[in-house]
Design a binder for this molecule. Sequence first.
Ligand code: B1M
Length: 210
Amino acid sequence: MAGTQEVFELVEKGRSRQIAAAVQAAVDAGVEPSVILNDGMIAAMDSVGKKFSAGEVFVPEMLVAAKAMKKGVDVLKPYLAEGEAGANGKVIIGTVQGDLHDIGKNLVAMMLESSGFEVIDLGVDVDKNLFQTTLQENPDTKIVCCSALLTTTMPALKETVAMLNDQPNRKDFSVMIGGAPITDDFAKDVGADYYSPDAAGAAQTAKAAV
Ligand code: B1M
């Protein structure tokens, strides 16, 4: 759809100043928010990633695209929300140590929030000890969610899950992992309870888990 294509191009080019109006225009034109998100913004980030792999763009272009996507998501957020805040319980979420990618993690947090979870977002580059102390301070946590976007941070994800699996109250919470390089097989290998390939699936899985 035309509105979605414009959103795609603005995110891909990192046009932060124009993106909010374009997303709003697409919503007003009746384009489904999930289509704007998936076919517009996420597809644009994939395109930027492919261009980065091909040596056609560099880190600064990835950064400005990320900034534009965040501004676009801010506009979309109210349209994706549905549930009653906090009613499904508490989740802890973070991107693992060494990894600075937060857009996917933020989307998962947003979808969880809008599915009625109270979200404690630890941010990016989260040391496994911070996951542990936060869990200890919040013993009513239902799910711990860990995101990793780099193949080089998959070992940190594995270590974080191992630490979580060693907790004395392990039966009281579930562990969900995700991120572009993560697979269902990897999740099973490291002992996570759940894996989801995307944010909407993560929220559905979380609802089914509690
Ligand atoms: Co980086 N980066 N990056 N980057 N970056 C990737 C990931 C990469 C695939 C690009 C490429 O080469 N094609 C590549 C990784 C290659 C690999 O590991 N094999 C890469 C690289 C190499 C790097 C650097 C090493 C580059 C450098 O410095 N030379 C560096 C590392 C920095 C670090 O983390 N230590 C780096 C830096 C950056 C920026 C900081 C510039 C920026 C991030 C800004 C930010 O996040 N605030 C950035 C960006 C923007 C990307 C790409 C282009 C886009 C990522 C993104 O936001 N995608 C990315 C290429 C790509 O992904 N196609 C790339 C959109 C987002 C919605 O998708 O995060 O996958 P994603 O989330 C999805 C799912 O994965 C899932 O839900 C979301 C969709 O609904 N999901 C979960 C995510 N977490 C989940 C958790 C769950 C469940 C589902 O449960 C808990």
